[in-house]
Design a protein around this ligand. Structure first.
Ligand SMILES: [Cu+2]
Length: 157
């Protein structure tokens, strides 16, 4: 007869639950996400760090400002925060886009036929049923390639 320590048995149940998915939800869930349009920035003066000689890729999502009269230069990029939304097939999903930085973000969720224009200071809510499994880009047409997120729909277990 095999004896198993108490904590080993608990660990075994936990691992078993993770492997079989028994610990996760099996029913379709209502999911809510806030996705912010943001522009993280970094700035410094040329006496501390020289202005880069290599150019950034020509794209709306990358912004670099040459040194001003005080020698201060700045770099930034437009991104979705968070940039990956992970849901399960069948979930009822609410995506609430919030415009923090950038005047306007014409955006498409490719594969789910959803389009919106997000402006600074506004909230646009998109509702969808995650009825297609896969990875679906969330693309802002003005700020490629950095402002491309992903809606990831995992198959139901
Ligand atoms: Cu944008």
């Amino acid at each position: 007869m095999q004896s198993v320590c108490k904590s080993c048995a608990v660990l075994g149940m936990l691992v078993g639950g993770i492997l079989t998915g028994a610990s996760g939800p099996s029913e379709a869930a209502k999911r809510f996400f806030t996705i912010a349009a943001v522009e993280p920035k970094g700035a410094v003066t040329v006496d501390k760090e020289p202005f880069p000689t290599a150019a950034l890729p020509e794209a709306g999502g990358y912004v670099i400002k040459k040194p001003d009269a005080t020698g201060r230069w700045e770099v930034s990029t437009y991104v979705w925060q968070p940039s990956q939304i992970i849901v399960t097939e069948g979930d009822e999903v609410s995506l609430e886009f919030v415009g923090i930085n950038g005047a306007e973000h014409p955006t498409t969720i490719v594969g789910y036929d959803k389009a919106l224009v997000l402006k600074r200071g506004h909230v646009v809510r998109v509702e969808l049923t995650a009825d297609k499994v896969g990875t679906f880009p969330i693309v802002c047409a003005h700020h490629r390639p950095s402002m491309v997120g992903e809606l990831i729909v995992m198959p139901k277990k």
